[in-house]
Design a protein around this ligand. Sequence first.
Ligand SMILES: [Zn+2]
Ligand SMILES: [Zn+2]
Length: 344
Amino acid sequence: MGTPHTKKKKIKRKWQVFQGRNKFYCNGRIMMAKQTGVFYLTMVLILVTSGLFFAFDCPFLASNLTPAIPAIGGVLFIFVMGMLLRASFSDPGVLPRATPEEAADIERQIDTTNGPSGPGYRPPPRTREVLINGQTVKLKYCFTCKIFRPPRASHCSLCDNCVERFDHHCPWVGNCVGRRNYRFFYLFILSLSFLTIFIFAFVITHVILSKSISIFLDGCTVLEVVVCFFSVWSIVGLSGFHTYLISSNQTTNEDIKGSWSSKRGKGNYNPYSYGNFITNFCAVLDFHLNCNKMYIILILAIGRGLCGIRQKFKIGGSLNVAFFIYYYYVDRLQNFNLTGLGST
Ligand SMILES: [Zn+2]
Ligand SMILES: [Zn+2]
C-alpha cells in the first residue's frame, strides 16, 4: 500500500513500452514498420510523376481542352496521398503481448489440460478450437506474444507482433495491413489506379495534340509514360485482387494459405463471409462504423444549429418540438457510442 507521500508515477503510454519492432513518431500518433525505405520510394514515384504532370502537361491541357483536367487530377492526387499516409501511419491493429502474469496463467491452463509432462514427453501443438458459424477455427499459440491469437490474427515477422485480421506486411506503405488500416490501404490502391490511368491517358493526349514539343518536355513525357505504363498493370491488378478478396471477405493471408479452399475438404468454407458482395464490402471497409460516426457528427451539428437559432432569434415555443426530437436522438446516440464505437 502506498503512503500519501508516495510520489505519483509518471504514466507510461502503451506505445512507450511496446515490445515489437515498430517505430513511433509524434508522441505515438504515427506508427510505422522498422524498414521504411520502400515507403519513401512510393512517395517519390507518386510525387515526381504527378509533379511532372501538373507542371508540364496540365497548363497545355487546361488551355487547349478544359481546366477540369488539372482540377480532377488535383483532387485525385490529394486523396491518394491522404490514403497513403493514413495507411502508413496508422496502427494496423497490433495485439498487445501478454504480461508475465497473464503468460503464467495461460501456461498453467495448458499444463492442466495436457496433464503432467514427464521425461521424453512431447507436448502436443498449442492450439485451441473455436466454432465460428459452424466452422471449426484453430487458434494458434504465439510463442513471442504469449497469447492464443484471436481468429484471423497473425504474427508479422518484420514488425514482430501479432496483428488483428492480418492481411499482409506491405513494404510499399511501410506498415502492416490489418484490421484498422485495411480500408485506407484499399482506398489508396484503388484511387492510385485511377490516378495512374488518368495521368497516362492525358500525357498521351498531350503528345498527340501538341505538334511541336521541346526536347526537355520530351524527356519528362517519356519518364511519365514509362512510370505509368509499368505501374498501371500491377496497381490495377492489385486493386482487382483486393476487390475480389473484399467481396468474399477474405484476407491475403487466408487466400495464400488457401484456408477456405474447397481442396481442404468438402465442408470447408469461409465462416466470415456474409454470402453477399455488398454486405461483405460494408463489413470489411467498416462502413457501418463510419456511417455511425457520420450520423453522430450530423446530429451534433443539427443540435448546435438549433441552439444557435434559438439564441439569435429568441424563438422558444416553435423550436421546442425540434428540441424534443433532437434529444430523443441524442439519447439513442448514447447506445451507439457504447455498442458501435466501443467495439473497435
Ligand atoms: Zn505474436
Ligand atoms: Zn508488419
